[in-house]
Design a protein around this ligand. Sequence first.
Ligand SMILES: Cc1cc2nc3c(=O)[nH]c(=O)nc-3n(C[C@H](O)[C@H](O)[C@H](O)COP(=O)(O)O)c2cc1C
Length: 361
Amino acid sequence: MIFTPFTLGSAELANRFAMAPMTRSRTDQPGDRPNALMAEYYGQRATAGLIITEGAPISAVGRGYSLTPGIYTQEQIDGWKLVTDEVHRQGGKIFIQLWHVGRRSHESIAGEQPVSASAIKVPDQVYGPLPEGGFGMIETSVPRAMTLEDIQATIADFVQAAKNAVEAGFDGVELHGAHGYLIDQFLRQTSNQRDDQYGGSQENRARFLLEVTQAVAEAIGGDRTAIRLSPFVTEGESRVDPEVVALTLKVVEQLAPLGLAYLHFSENISNCAEVPESFRAQVRKCYPHPIMVAGKYTLESGQAMLASGYADLIAFGQPFITNPDFVRRCREQLPLTPVDYAAHATFYGGGAEGYTDYPTA
Ligand SMILES: Cc1cc2nc3c(=O)[nH]c(=O)nc-3n(C[C@H](O)[C@H](O)[C@H](O)COP(=O)(O)O)c2cc1C
């Protein structure tokens, strides 16, 4: 089943493998511009049914990690065209992940005090400029709470970034609503203590997510819009919000009529709880459209997940870093290049080494 084609909105995918979004921090500077090296990297992996790019900041203040590729300047749009052209030339499909990190940033990266639902900082580190020069992990800044004007402007930034993505040739966009970044910060009580229409009740905490998704879907079409969520992940949080799972189910119900390309659940990363089967069953019941899951899946567990009917697409992350031809290796049962210590060392930053130099089988 994983090798069979799948219709995703207006895109025909060759198979049900997706390459999960992975930040690799290889842009050209200044200006965080995508480049020919990135085009080569994504092109090498175009046999995935769908590629989802690394997180792409939608605005300068939405940046949380140095060297990540933006989608808010003309130079960045032009750089991304190299990527989409190469992936399409290789017969692949590609969505861009639209990212606003909110409080998971530092003023030296965001260019100003980072923003969030509320002015609450958690102990957290991001990849940014070191005082002694070069880049490394630095403690996040205390964010300021967004005003209602900031919220409207940020929704407009998401819409403009989505339009820029279409101009750059992407088949669609995935909103990063996972991993404790801005959209997730609005959802959770632990990071959202607002007393206006964007905080307090569950309905209010879901409002930002739903308004962003609706606005983007209206601008570029629901079939070109997707969203990633991670209710069982507590990345960037100091404690678990007891309501986030119930709230996610309500959100999923409200997303169903938007006709999105897919709904993507990120599971099983650093700080997380196991996803109960009851959650998968509830999601399937209220969401009769394409569902993607990611999180340490193997060919076997991915196929089992598809067979269970709880998901339609499986996203693989790290296997695609070291195996550009991951799909072929699975199909022909060829050995995989493991994600070893050396691979970890080249995850973020650098050049071609550990990026475009992994051979095909
Ligand atoms: C180097 C690296 C960078 C990542 N960057 C992102 C990102 O930009 N956006 C995102 O949503 N997830 C990101 N992730 C998480 C992956 O999308 C995926 O959910 C995770 O790696 C689990 O899948 P895997 O076990 O198949 O790798 C990243 C993971 C890795 C290893």
